[in-house]
Design a protein around this ligand. Structure first.
Ligand SMILES: Nc1ncnc2c1ncn2[C@@H]1O[C@H](COP(=O)(O)OP(=O)(O)O)[C@@H](O)[C@H]1O
Ligand SMILES: CC(=O)N[C@@H](CCC(=O)OP(=O)(O)O)C(=O)O
Length: 321
């Protein structure tokens, strides 16, 4: 038997034809240990607004998530929508300002954040997933008390700065999400949280979607947190080099955190929180690559940056977690 990717097979007319089924079979076989390993496990996938580059990518994202579902995993989607919120605020003549990587959210802006996330971005993702069957159910962190928050103050130069209706998650109730998963559905969650204070006239908070996804992954006891963004992973010396750090322990990441900039801060803080609170791996991957989720979960290659807890456990079969 030769080690080639195509074989000669007699067809019905008695001639021989080359067929290319073998490479496809190899890909499926390569996925087998990963399928076994991840079966029944919860995977929280954060889809960033910057990774929602075009319709083809969004459609491929939906295919990947549905694939995970049919492969026996329990995917949960938490989505962002920062650029989409900024565009809508702009259309309405409202300013967009970020402090310490978080949107300064006036009560007026909060209404826009909620409208864009729950009414636009989430609806689109739910629609794309449901092209494959009656699977996705959209909700926000407000629903069934899934996410409760109090006011978050930014720390800038040692000062506590008021950034409006930005929330810090204080409690997660996983009941509704678990019920949807048990019912064979795919929850799609917008990062808006209810206020812990019943007397709070505004009632809701804007939560960074990376932070929300990490908190939910920890609360669900997820196996994996996967953050899809618009870079290949965590660059070692951004913006001077595009060398991606492929693997980090929690302590190594903690040491890097003070030097990180802008969008990576909530992502890497979220990854650290997740692996310090029971999640087996947290990964930042390039959402601009079609089917990056499948590549990351089901192939030996793995892309992007993977964060693992301390100390690093090595599995007896020699598989990376
Ligand atoms: N060390 C780093 N490695 C990679 N990207 C970085 C780094 N530091 C800052 N960034 C910036 O973080 C951005 C991703 O965060 P963000 O724009 O908030 O994306 P998303 O919408 O996916 O949450 C990258 O596009 C890059 O500009
Ligand atoms: C407090 C805060 O900054 N909230 C974010 C929520 C959306 C988000 O996080 O979207 P991405 O994942 O696309 O960045 C915002 O208003 O932009």
């Amino acid at each position: 038997m030769t080690n080639t990717d195509s074989t000669d097979t007699p067809d019905t007319a008695g001639t021989t034809r080359k067929h290319t089924a073998l490479p496809k079979a190899r890909i499926l076989v390569e996925a087998l240990p990963w399928l076994t390993r991840h079966h029944g496990k919860t995977v929280v996938i954060k889809f960033g607004g910057n990774a929602m580059v075009d319709d083809a990518l969004k459609a491929a994202f939906a295919q990947d998530v549905v694939f995970l579902h049919h492969a026996g995993l329990r995917p949960v989607v938490v989505h962002g929508g920062g650029p989409q919120i900024s565009a809508q605020l702009d259309r309405l003549g409202l300013t967009s300002e970020f402090k310490a990587g978080l949107r300064v959210t006036t009560p007026e802006a909060m209404n826009v954040v909620r409208m864009v996330l729950a009414g636009q971005v989430q609806r689109e993702l739910v629609g794309l997933l449901n092209e494959h069957g009656p699977l996705a159910v959209g909700m926000t962190g407000e629903d069934a008390h899934t996410m409760t928050a109090t006011k978050h103050y930014a720390e800038i130069g040692g000062e506590r700065v008021d950034i409006g209706r930005v929330g810090e998650i204080t409690a997660i109730d996983t009941g509704a999400v678990q019920a949807l998963l048990d019912n064979g559905r795919i929850p799609v969650i917008s990062s808006v949280a209810r206020s812990a204070d019943d007397a709070d006239a505004h009632g809701v908070f804007n939560v960074n979607a990376d932070t929300a996804a990490a908190a939910l992954a920890a609360a669900l006891g997820a196996e994996t947190l996967m953050v899809l963004t618009d870079v290949e992973g965590l660059y070692e010396d951004w913006p001077h080099s595009d060398e991606v750090i492929s693997r980090l322990t929690a302590s190594e990441l903690e040491a890097l955190l003070p030097d990180l900039a802008s969008g990576m801060v909530p992502k890497m803080q979220g990854c650290l929180h997740a692996v310090r609170n029971g999640v087996t791996t947290a990964r930042v991957i390039d959402g601009r690559v079609q089917h990056s989720i499948l590549l990351e979960i089901f192939t030996d290659e793995g892309i992007g940056t993977m964060v693992v807890p301390d100390p690093v456990a090595t599995d007896q079969e020699g598989l990376q977690p």
